[in-house]
Design a protein around this ligand. Structure first.
Ligand code: ADP
Ligand code: MG
Length: 256
C-alpha cells in the first residue's frame, strides 16, 4: 500500500474546500512559499508542523488573503480568492482565523467582540447577534465572562473568546496559527479541548501547532513544511511512527 496521503485527485471536487495550486510567494529575495499544492477536504483537520521560519504562518495568511501570492491560485469552496472589497470581507469571514496573540478588541467587552463581525460584516441584527454570541461563549466555556473586557480574562479564556468570535461568522474553514503558543501551560488544554470538540463536530480546520498530542488525536493529516515547501504529508500515525524524509526525522528528534 502506498503511504502517500490524500492527494488532490483523491478528493472528489465537491468536497474540496480549500485548494492551493502551485502557490509561490517571495518576501524580497526569500522564497517563502515554494510550489505549494494543498487540498483540504470538507471536514478535514490538517495539522501543519515544521521548524520556525518554514512558512507555516505565511501559508495560513495566504489562505485568507492577509498575504497575496506571487503565482498560483487559491480557491475556497470552488471560488478563487477575491482581490478586494466586500467580496474579500465576505471571504475573510468564511475563513475564520485564530492567532497566537488573541487579537481581541481591548476596548470592547467579550460579548461585543463576538457580536461585532456578525453585525458589521454579516449584517445580522443586534438581538440575533447577541443571542448567537452568548450561545457560542457558553459553548467555549466562557459564558459567564460576557460582560468583562479581554484584559480581565486569562489567556486561555481570551483565546476561547477569539475562537467564539471566529465561529460567530459561520466560517467554512478555521485556521489556527499556534493558538496555544502564548499560553501558560495550564491553559493550553482548555483551548485544545475546544478545538478537539470543533474537530469532532466536523469543522474543517488547518492548525499550525507544536502540540503533537493534539496532532495525534485530532488530525486527519499532518503536513510537514521546511524551507517554504511541503516536504511530507501523511496520517499522524504514519508521520510520527515512520517519517520518510530526513528533514522530518530531524525535526521530530528535536521536539519529541
Ligand atoms: P513560520 O510560521 O513557519 O515560523 P513564517 O511564515 O512566519 O514562518 O515566516 C517564513 C519566513 O518568512 C521567515 O524567514 C520570516 O522571517 C519571513 N517573513 C515572514 N513574514 C514576513 C514579512 N512580512 N516580510 C518579510 N519576511 C517575512
Ligand atoms: Mg508562525
Amino acid at each position: 500500500m502506498s503511504e502517500v496521503s490524500v492527494t488532490k485527485d483523491a478528493v472528489p471536487t465537491a468536497d474540496k474546500l480549500v485548494v492551493l495550486d502551485n502557490v509561490n510567494k517571495h518576501f524580497g529575495a526569500l522564497h517563502v512559499l515554494q510550489d505549494i499544492d494543498l487540498t483540504i477536504a470538507r471536514g478535514e483537520v490538517v495539522v501543519v508542523i515544521g521548524p520556525s521560519g518554514s512558512g507555516k504562518s505565511t501559508l495560513c495568511r495566504t489562505i485568507n488573503r492577509l498575504e497575496t501570492v506571487d503565482s498560483g491560485s487559491i480557491a475556497i469552496d470552488g471560488k478563487p480568492l477575491p482581490q478586494e472589497g466586500r467580496e474579500l470581507a465576505k471571504l475573510r469571514s468564511d475563513v475564520g482565523m485564530v492567532f497566537q496573540a488573541f487579537n481581541l478588541f481591548a476596548h470592547k467587552t467579550v460579548l461585543e467582540n463576538v457580536m461585532l463581525g456578525q453585525v458589521k460584516v454579516r449584517r445580522t441584527d443586534k438581538k440575533a447577534a447577541e443571542e448567537k454570541a452568548r450561545t457560542l461563549l457558553d459553548r467555549v466555556g466562557v459564558g459567564n465572562q460576557a460582560d468583562k473586557y479581554p484584559a480581565q480574562l486569562s489567556g486561555g479564556q481570551q483565546q476561547r473568546v477569539a475562537i467564539a468570535r471566529a465561529l460567530a461568522m459561520d466560517p467554512k474553514v478555521m485556521l489556527f496559527d499556534e493558538p496555544t503558543s502564548a499560553l501558560d501551560p495550564e491553559m493550553i488544554n482548555e483551548v485544545l479541548e475546544v478545538m478537539k470538540q470543533l474537530a469532532e463536530e466536523g469543522m474543517t480546520m488547518v492548525v499550525v501547532t507544536h502540540e503533537m498530542g493534539f496532532a495525534r488525536s485530532a488530525a486527519n493529516r499532518v503536513v510537514f513544511m521546511a524551507d517554504g515547501r511541503i516536504v511530507e504529508e501523511a496520517t499522524p500515525e504514519q508521520f510520527f511512527n515512520n517519517p520518510r524524509s530526513d528533514r522530518a526525522k530531524d525535526f521530530l528528534a528535536k521536539i519529541l
